[in-house]
Ligand binder design. Structure first.
Ligand SMILES: N=C(N)NCCC[C@H](NC(=O)[C@@H]1CCC/C1=C\[C@H](COP(=O)(O)O)NC(=O)[C@@H](N)Cc1ccccc1)C(N)=O
Length: 158
């Protein structure tokens, strides 16, 4: 069997096995040996980096209850949930879209770019945010995602 934390997977496109490392999220064609290290392997087209836009509604329990919109954010988490659920309904109904709403409503400094904060890879964002984004298809809008920063709506864009 391949060394620890490597798992054998099957590449449908090529009809051959490949190997995925759960820790580094590297994918390689050749069967890894104990000497296989992250630097010595080339990564096949696994989605290492993703891009997303988000709308953040902070609340009193946020790790930093302050934003460009308001120096001190005092709304309760439940109040924030009502607000962000309302935003999600308006996006899903087609009345508006996430980038437009994020510009005026997001408590994140990425608001001025319509919530876009570019590409990111594993281990860069808070776990809840990373897992939610990686679970989305490109173009898909998340449900309400709860992180230490507050409540998010995430739109995966690449
Ligand atoms: N471009 C990056 N890689 N920046 C570092 C990400 C750090 C990362 N951030 C998060 O996981 C959450 C989820 C999305 C936004 C975010 C937090 C906060 C808001 O929450 P607060 O920290 O007040 O609690 N916004 C940011 O970080 C901003 N730089 C996002 C951004 C803004 C403008 C341009 C580009 C990116 C973390 N490990 O904490």
């Amino acid at each position: 069997p391949p060394p620890a934390d490597w798992e054998e997977r099957h590449s449908n496109s090529r009809g051959v096995p490949y190997y995925f490392n759960r820790t580094t999220r590297q994918s390689v064609w050749e069967r890894p040996t104990p000497s296989t290290s992250a630097s010595s392997t080339i990564t096949i087209g696994a989605p290492q980096k993703v891009r997303a836009s988000h709308l953040l509604v902070k609340h009193a329990e946020s790790r930093r209850p302050s934003s460009w919109k308001s120096p001190t954010i005092t709304r309760s988490k439940e109040e924030a949930r009502k607000i962000i659920t309302g935003f999600r309904k308006r996006i899903v109904s087609g009345e508006t879209d996430l980038p437009t709403l994020a510009k005026t409503e997001s408590d994140c400094s990425s608001a001025q770019q319509g919530g876009d904060f570019g590409f990111f890879g594993p281990k860069q964002m808070q776990k809840a945010f990373e897992d939610a984004t990686y679970a989305l298809q490109v173009g898909e809008l998340s449900g309400v995602v709860d992180s230490d920063s507050g409540l998010h709506l995430i739109l995966r864009t690449a």
